[in-house]
Design a protein around this ligand. Sequence first.
Ligand SMILES: [Zn+2]
Length: 237
Amino acid sequence: MLQRWGGASHRDPVPVIGPQASNRWSKASMTPTLWTRKVSRRASWRSHAAAVGRGRSRARVHAGRRLGCKSGGARRKDGLTITAFAVNHYPVFPAAGYRFDYRGRSVVISGDTAPSQTLAKYSRGVDVLFHEGLQTAMVSVLHDDAIGNGRPALAKITADIPSYHTTPEDAARIAQQSGVRYLMFYHTIPPLPLAYLNAAFLGDAPKIFKGPITVGKDGMMMSLPAGATAVTMRELL
Ligand SMILES: [Zn+2]
């Protein structure tokens, strides 16, 4: 959203569709650009201010329902069906995953979640499952390090987060069980600065899921051409 006003020529606000907190979230995340707008109020900067305004987001809460609490809320438009379903990210609540269906192709995005059978159900046979992943072996190293260096807050966080995320191995199990064709990890914990850490992050996941696996990073674009089975990938950054 922050790039949109400067890097693109969109004339409409970014549509954001999500659970009930989405309104507050999208407003808060655009606060920096509101400051920029204030600064650019002088007449000579009016077009700059207008450009910043276009970067705003406009949140729409799923079908007015308590989104994330209920599964199966679907929106259909121009052949695209978006289905929301509840996942488990307790104590963060609600949390939703999404399935996108368009002209025979399908994608599921897990959102933040512990291993979820609801997600497994909605992922049945999809072309690509985008799943979050937390590698407990790596996080436990960070945890021991935080204790050793007297960083109690980090020690607490690294102790808690494995309970509400999914290991790459569990995500691979869900993908295999659901007949997913391609597994893409995003929201990797810990964040991986270099690709040679991918193997340590994945652990045994490649032994469990028989299809292709990619550890995603910013700027990756996946394409699923309609009426085909191919999944192609480009790196935009
Ligand atoms: Zn998370």
